[in-house]
Design a protein around this ligand. Sequence first.
Ligand SMILES: *[C@@H]1O[C@H](CO)[C@@H](O)[C@H](O)[C@H]1NC(C)=O
Ligand SMILES: *[C@@H]1O[C@H](CO)[C@@H](O)[C@H](O)[C@H]1NC(C)=O
Ligand SMILES: *[C@@H]1O[C@H](CO)[C@@H](O)[C@H](O)[C@H]1NC(C)=O
Ligand SMILES: *[C@@H]1O[C@H](CO)[C@@H](O)[C@H](O)[C@H]1NC(C)=O
Ligand SMILES: *[C@@H]1O[C@H](CO)[C@@H](O)[C@H](O)[C@H]1NC(C)=O
Length: 495
Amino acid sequence: MENPCTNLTLFLFLSFSLFSAFTLSSFSPTDNHLINCGSSVDASVYNRHFASDDDFSNPNSPLLSATRTTPLANQNPAPNSPQIYNTARIFWKPTKYEFEVNDPGTHMVRLHFHPFVSSDLDLSYAEFHVLVNGFVVLSNFTVANTATPLVKEYFIWVESNKLVITFMPTRRDEFGFVNAIEVISAPKDLIADTAIFVSGTRTEKFDGLTKQALETLYRINVGGPKVTPFNDTVWRTWVPDDVFFEPSEISRRIYSSGRIKYQNGGASREVGPDFVYSSARVIASTSASIPDANMTWNFAVMEGYQYLVRLHFCDIASMSLGLLYFNVYINGNLAYDNLDLSSITYMLASPFYADFVVESEKDGVLRVSVGPSNMSMTHTVDAILNGVEIMKMNNSVGSLDGKMCAGMVLRSWPRGKIGIFFPLVAVVCLVLSVSVLMHKRTVGGRDTVAWSKLPTDDAPGDKLKHEDDDDNDDDDEDNEIDNDEHEHLSGKAKA
Ligand SMILES: *[C@@H]1O[C@H](CO)[C@@H](O)[C@H](O)[C@H]1NC(C)=O
Ligand SMILES: *[C@@H]1O[C@H](CO)[C@@H](O)[C@H](O)[C@H]1NC(C)=O
Ligand SMILES: *[C@@H]1O[C@H](CO)[C@@H](O)[C@H](O)[C@H]1NC(C)=O
Ligand SMILES: *[C@@H]1O[C@H](CO)[C@@H](O)[C@H](O)[C@H]1NC(C)=O
Ligand SMILES: *[C@@H]1O[C@H](CO)[C@@H](O)[C@H](O)[C@H]1NC(C)=O
């Protein structure tokens, strides 16, 4: 089918490209806290300045108290490892970082983890919870020793003037750690409040997206290269899509070296950088028939959560406007019927994104597909996708990781209320246990006496603690016990 409007649209396209404004202004966040944890010196990564968290002369220091924390340095850092990963702060009890917020709204929080071994402590043995402003973002969390750092990214809505991150070991004989922290006010247009809820039975408006805590699970640049924080407007990482893409013979990758035309009201450069919109995969019909196939990407997700699926589109493939129509499916359900980018952007190479909210499927796979619609035409492009972001939404108890709410997690920390009674109780219990044992022996095990090991109150690594005494909270009372009873490191820490 020949498009009768080709000449007109081509003309419009040319005039638009001549006049469309090209904004190069780079994003500069109002709140921009970058912290190099466990280091006495600042660090620079990708021209970004990470401040030491050891400077308590600075009243704005986000680390509220260094009590029972340990600054740790990697003695054998990998040669090209960014400086922020060569140190970490270790937490032996719940510890808070409090960041001043001058610009309420969505904030990006990035936690950097890269375990190393130092001073007899192997950070890959850490096990801890992390809370951000009343949301549980990580629970029973451990970090495997891998070649590349792990960066966890969250979007948290902040109404007050501070954002608090709490690190909490799972038990007294455990510890937590972090290498670096970023708390940045997000661009105002990054998270819109409304999305489209898609399920097998209905498609409807989803409101209140900004107030959800979101965790970035996947951020892929379809058909294109990896994009590093250095080349992204808001310091994100986009990875190539190859491992998610179902092999397909009818699709191909495309690149555009032309300019990406960001427009007011459309996707901005903060929503997606040029690198993302300049590459894509397409289904194109080169013959007189429309391919009978979809392109599909598969993502592993966890059951029991809802997911925000952001799809990025930019028609860098069509010869002119009005030739590209396609369907978008999520988990096999029609999410967008006959998507016509031209009718939204009125020009080619102009980015657009759509947000969908879906429930997780039983099989733990989230599937995104695009394919020809019943308005697709022969000899044209019949489907396109440039980028995908998948974010996990907090569940009904305000957690991104488990069924415990923040209050329950905090209360699970053993409090030292028993104070000086503890040693006495311990001695009495010990005497009782021993006498029970003796009794059992003499009586010949007639009764099965159930008794459990005393709950020990370890705080390993006392050797490593650089401050131990001016602890103002409930832990005060049991520091004595900690110090007397446990000179050794946790059995899990490597010698
Ligand atoms: C951590 O794991 C334990 C044991 O599996 C579980 O009982 C607890 O609820 C978990 N904690 C959180 C905060 O999810
Ligand atoms: C940024 O992009 C340019 C152009 O593709 C590339 O040469 C450079 O290596 C990238 N920088 C980083 C730090 O990824
Ligand atoms: C594309 O995917 C949708 C949703 O799974 C499905 O209904 C449709 O039949 C698929 N089309 C082709 C040609 O496989
Ligand atoms: C196109 O397909 C949609 C569903 O995908 C259907 O509702 C609509 O009636 C179809 N249009 C035509 C012209 O067949
Ligand atoms: C996420 O947490 C908020 C605040 O706790 C709550 O209002 C909201 O309903 C939660 N989201 C979901 C999808 O349950």
